[in-house]
Design a protein. Structure first.
Length: 275
């Protein structure tokens, strides 16, 4: 009775369902991969973000190399800010408000420097495309604790003088006449002595996994429902074919409902002519 499933039409439907289910499985696995990456980052945040700061040791724990397992690790450097080489990064929103991030090289005693992201500034009102004021960092020798972050890729966008489009550390190194540790940069956590005014500190990253797991389960369910829909359509087609060729089984006659006690009493009263 299901021989019609081998027709070209139904084989085509089957092929389409297989493709649809494969796509749903692929999207579900993609969501699981995204969740795995998010969970891995959450583990790094929980392990490193609030850890005790490490004292900088040249060639051991600086920003000249980057290990993903060390992201967010706080490292304490001692040096002098080079305000003359300070730049701001464009297009850095925070809490839905556009703004900038301030990058200042910190020159260390070993002759190298690291880039410190000192925080966020809102867009200015005085001159378009620039912050109104950039708070000055502490003058002279300063002790800086910063959390390690990897550099960003270069982007094909221009920027006004004194600004950059991304935290592309090799490009920043080309601006300087001294060596820059360009495998990572630091998000400012603490300055000693503290500056009179500072940009807005970067917020702690979220440890929310997001909806990736539920999305993946939904995609897998959609893949299963595609086969359920095909099976339901095949069942309906079988019934239709059976009705057309007269092979459909006869439906059992519907049994008459037994009258209720109230209905029997009403019938007796009617027969006696009382009502």
């Amino acid at each position: 009775m299901y021989r019609f499933l081998f027709s070209a039409r139904w084989l085509g439907w089957l092929a389409m369902v297989l493709v649809l289910a494969a796509g749903c499985v692929g999207l579900g696995r993609w969501q699981l991969d995204r969740r795995e990456a998010v969970v891995e980052n959450i583990h790094r945040i929980e392990a490193n973000y609030d850890a005790s700061p490490e004292r900088y040791v040249p060639g051991v724990n600086g920003f000249d190399t980057y290990d993903p397992a060390r992201e967010w690790t706080p490292v304490t450097f001692t040096g002098t800010y080079d305000v003359a080489q300070q730049v701001v990064v464009r297009n850095r929103p925070m809490n839905g408000q556009p703004g900038y991030e301030v990058l200042t090289p910190l020159r260390l005693d070993d002759g190298t420097a690291v880039v410190i992201d000192r925080g966020w500034l809102p867009i200015g009102n005085v001159e378009a495309g620039r912050p109104d004021e950039i708070p000055a960092p502490p003058a002279g020798r300063v002790e800086v604790t910063a959390r390690m972050k990897p550099g960003e890729p270069a982007v094909n966008r221009g920027a006004p003088e004194g600004q950059v489009a991304s935290i592309d550390l090799p490009s920043l190194a080309d601006r300087l006449d001294y060596p820059l540790q360009d495998a990572a940069y630091g998000l400012l956590a603490l300055e000693r002595p503290a500056a009179a005014q500072t940009p807005v500190a970067a917020p702690k990253p979220s440890v929310d996994e997001g909806p990736h797991l539920s999305y993946s389960m939904q995609w897998f369910a959609f893949g299963v429902l595609a086969f359920v829909g095909l099976g339901y359509a095949a069942r309906q087609q079988r019934r239709s074919n059976a009705e057309q060729d007269g092979t459909a089984p006869e439906r059992p006659a519907r049994q008459r409902r037994r009258p209720s006690s109230e209905e029997e009493e009403d019938a007796i009263l009617d027969a006696q002519g009382i009502r």
